[in-house]
Design a protein around this ligand. Structure first.
Ligand code: NDP
Ligand code: 8X3
Length: 250
């Protein structure tokens, strides 16, 4: 039977690549994000019957519940949830940080992940199976200068992933956490509020990971046999050794 994957943040970067990769592995994709036109492009690319687009902001808990409740019966047997939607907003010392940026990161990366999980989990619990893949970060393993609240939000994802795995083990639901280092996506454009030149410098002088690298890893994780759970993976560019150590050509 065809499996169904629910991928948040499927409009760009890691989420888009994951939606494409899982579709190529035969999954039907519930693709979510705020940019409706990008979800429509994905649907056109993969075929109308192979993608179910859901447009909502993960911060809006009512919208999240309504979107999941409105899924037609044929799309309710969700096998895989990829909690990917998220971003960094700003990179500043704590004394200079913007409260609005802090709200965005906590509300999207932490509360949004919780709202989506709460809404989708019943669809797994009623079948006694499922697999949740949370996208954390190396920033959830280490803090780095100026990363304060983004790092805190990803440390929260790390804690939630571990705790969710404990809470759901008896229900037959796997929980995995993928923690990437530097991946070249729209991430830095969002962090630096559309400053594409500054964003590009983050990925210069070494070979960063690409979204496809993470998508292939997620596809590997969710296609392991039923008795195998890759609980946590830290995946870095070869040039990266820690959150702050990246070997760059001058
Ligand atoms: P992108 O900016 O390319 O993608 C972010 C995705 O999240 C978009 O699809 C966006 O969709 C969605 N999103 C953001 N805010 C919201 C919101 N409020 N409601 C719904 N969807 C939202 O970045 P990445 O692909 O790099 O990031 C994906 C995940 O990977 C994030 O959780 C990030 O923290 C994590 N990560 C990224 C790394 C990197 O170096 N790039 C490294 C480690 C982890 P839309 O704007 O259409 O709503
Ligand atoms: C994204 C990677 O190093 O910018 O989570 O925090 S980093």
């Amino acid at each position: 039977m065809t499996k169904i994957a629910f991928v948040t943040g499927a409009t760009s970067g890691i989420g888009l690549a994951t939606a494409l990769e899982l579709a190529h592995k035969g999954y039907l994709i519930i693709a979510t994000g705020r940019r409706r036109e990008r979800l429509q492009e994905l649907q056109e690319k993969l075929g109308e019957d192979n993608v179910y687009p859901l447009v909502f902001d993960v911060r809006d808990k009512v919208a999240v519940v309504e979107a999941v409740a409105a899924l037609p019966d044929a799309w309710r047997k969700v096998d895989v949830l990829v909690n990917n939607a998220g971003n960094a907003h700003g990179l500043a010392p704590i004394q200079d940080g913007s409260v609005d940026d802090w709200d965005a990161m906590i509300d999207i990366n932490v509360k949004g992940l919780l709202y989506v999980t709460k809404a989708v989990l019943p669809l797994m619990l009623e079948r006694g199976k499922g697999h949740i893949v949370n996208i954390g970060s190396i920033a959830g393993k280490e803090a780095y200068p100026n990363g304060n609240v983004y790092c805190a939000s990803k440390h929260a994802v790390d804690a939630l992933s571990k705790a969710m795995r404990m809470d759901l083990v008896q229900q037959g639901i796997k929980v995995s956490e993928v923690n990437p280092g530097l991946v070249e996506t729209e991430f830095s454009e969002v962090r630096f509020k559309g400053d594409t030149e500054r964003a590009a410098t983050v990925y210069q002088g070494y070979e960063p990971l690409q979204a496809q690298d993470i998508a292939e890893l997620i596809a590997f994780i969710v296609t392991r046999p039923a008795h195998v759970n890759l609980a946590e993976v830290l995946v870095l560019p070869t040039a990266q050794a820690s959150a702050t150590i990246v070997v760059k050509e001058q």
